[in-house]
Design a protein around this ligand. Structure first.
Ligand code: FE
Ligand code: FE
Ligand code: ZN
Length: 296
């Protein structure tokens, strides 16, 4: 490996190889870590663990020098543990998070990224309280040591967790703070209004409000939209409104050295862009028109 940058992308987990295939995919990109969903991102249907070739995947990742403690699982999107207007749905979200934590542990991973959810008109303050209560229920009953990384959100619709203060409040209100951390998504925080160009100022603000020791994952994505747009549309590195230099500076920031950096940029012509994006971040140099070969 050219440099010990802790960088990877989200990878698939499909049959027939399942987790073994996820690890192979990460290796094919030249990644040193990765993120995956333990099933479809859009629903909570989950295949039994014994069909997912977990042990084969784990052996392969160890052989290839991956640090298992830095591998990231993302919870499905449908979860909304922040709205109490439908107790049945809230209960389902809580059960789904518990199940995802247990599945994460079964893969040998120890970080689960979770979207904080939507207030759906109840207002962020109320939603933060509901979410903290939900997380208390989850963390008292899952029986694992997996940590939940609450993702910073773009502010689309009625999302909560759109500023560092809201994320801090969620953590503060929870009784199991030791198991809560944060996933900072560069596209989302830019869309939420933060300036990504000054990485030091951004990290200082994060540190003052939440504490950098809470930062468990960074999602490195360019954004199709301008700062403050609240749209949440990811773009390939250097092709969006954030730009390569700012993203590269964050990915290589010494204060983030031990934190997994994960790309969630879009496929181009149904091809994964990650080996090129990872290489450019490692080299700290942008390749002009790098996307052209995917478009040919
Ligand atoms: Fe996410
Ligand atoms: Fe993200
Ligand atoms: Zn996003």
């Amino acid at each position: 490996m050219a440099k010990d940058l802790l960088i990877g992308s989200h990878v698939g987990m499909n049959g027939p190889d399942y987790y073994l295939g996820s690890v192979k995919e990460a290796i094919s990109y030249g990644a040193s870590t990765f993120m995956f969903y333990t099933g479809a991102p859009q629903n909570s249907y989950r295949k039994p663990l014994n069909e997912l070739r977990i042990e084969e995947g784990r052996s392969l990742l160890r052989e290839n020098g991956f640090d298992e403690s830095k591998i990231v699982v993302h919870a499905p999107y449908i979860i909304n543990a922040a709205n109490a207007s439908r107790p049945d749905l809230l209960e389902l979200s809580i059960k789904t998070i518990i199940n995802e934590l247990q599945r994460t542990a079964a893969f040998g991973a120890s970080i689960l990224v979770l979207h904080p959810g939507n207030h759906l008109g109840a207002g962020p303050e109320k939603a933060i309280e509901v979410l903290a209560e939900s997380l208390d229920q989850v963390l008292a009953n899952d029986g694992t040591n997996v940590r939940i990384a609450i993702e910073t959100m773009a502010g689309k619709g009625s999302e909560i967790g759109t500023c560092f203060e809201q994320v801090r409040d969620i953590i503060e209100k929870c009784h199991h703070k030791d198991r809560l951390g944060v996933c900072l998504d560069t596209c989302h925080v830019s869309d939420a209004g933060y300036d990504i160009n000054d990485a030091d100022a951004l990290l200082n603000e994060f540190d003052q409000v939440i504490g950098l020791d809470r930062l468990l994952v960074v999602h490195v994505n360019d954004s199709k939209n301008q700062r403050g747009a609240h749209k949440d549309r990811h773009e390939n590195l250097g092709y969006g409104e954030i730009g390569f230099d700012a993203l590269c500076h964050i990915a290589n920031h010494p204060r983030l050295k031990d934190i997994p950096k994960i790309l969630e940029t879009p496929y181009i012509n149904e091809k994964a862009p990650y080996s090129d994006e990872i290489r450019m971040l490692r080299d700290e140099s942008f390749v002009e028109n790098w996307k052209d070969k995917y478009l040919a």
